[in-house]
Design a protein around this ligand. Structure first.
Ligand code: AMP
Length: 209
């Protein structure tokens, strides 16, 4: 299974990807997680990406495209992969398309998780993640167990200001990839509002169809 999860910031891509990869036994490749790891390590790529990420802006295409194409060429992606957060622009989608065609493989599905803008800010601002397990919580909707609450981290770009920019970038830069996949007949839409378990069930249903 080679698939992409698309959706605005706070749509639940990371939460849902973590649940689905167990079923399909494919690597979960999150461009945001890879960039955050590079920032933490202080690599050249990380230093370049950090200033865009903090502001909620997109990291330049040439940086992200190279990083992801290199990752999906690794042996553990030979049987498939789940991309989360990439592609996020039309040039990224086209670069992925070219690389996959050259490798003689095809995308099976592009799943768009739809959530109205008015819910996104609250979802992102209340989000916390566990650096030890990678688990994602929400202070109100999915509260963390008390014993781990102290170690949770709040992303630098989950502030009201950065989230507003990220939502704007989603509409101006990322939404144009939707018609690209619609034309290819592989776009599936899932309602991302509701209980996370119900959303997982919707995702499994569209992927099975
Ligand atoms: P995410 O964890 O997917 O919300 O990504 C966090 C941040 O990383 C984004 O707001 C961007 O600054 C950057 N980023 C992640 N993926 C991409 C991408 N495909 N293209 C450009 N920037 C990205």
């Amino acid at each position: 299974m080679r698939m992409i999860l698309v959706g605005p910031p706070g749509a639940g891509k990371g939460t849902q990807a973590a649940r689905l990869v167990d079923t399909y036994r494919i690597p979960h490749i999150s461009s945001g997680d890879m960039l955050r790891a590079a920032v933490k390590e202080g690599t050249q790529l990380g230093q370049e990406a950090d200033r865009y990420m903090k502001a909620g802006k997109l990291v330049p295409d040439e940086v992200v495209i190279g990083m992801i194409l290199e990752r999906i060429a690794k042996p553990n992606c030979a049987g498939g992969f789940m991309l989360d957060g990439f592609p996020r622009t039309r040039p990224q989608a086209e670069a992925l398309d070219r690389a996959m065609r050259e490798a003689g493989v095809e995308l099976d599905a592009v799943v768009l998780i739809e959530v109205p803008d008015q819910l996104l800010e609250e979802r992102a601002v209340g989000r916390r993640s566990d650096p030890e397990t990678g688990a994602i919580y929400h202070l109100k909707n999915n509260p963390p167990p008390a014993e781990i609450a102290g170690r949770l981290v709040h992303r630098k770009d989950d502030t009201v200001e950065a989230v507003t920019t990220r939502i704007q970038k989603y509409h101006s830069e990322t939404a144009p990839i939707i018609p690209f996949y619609l034309e290819q007949g592989i776009l599936k839409r899932v309602d991302g509002v509701g209980d996370p378990d119900a959303i997982t069930a919707r995702l499994r249903a569209v992927l099975a169809s």
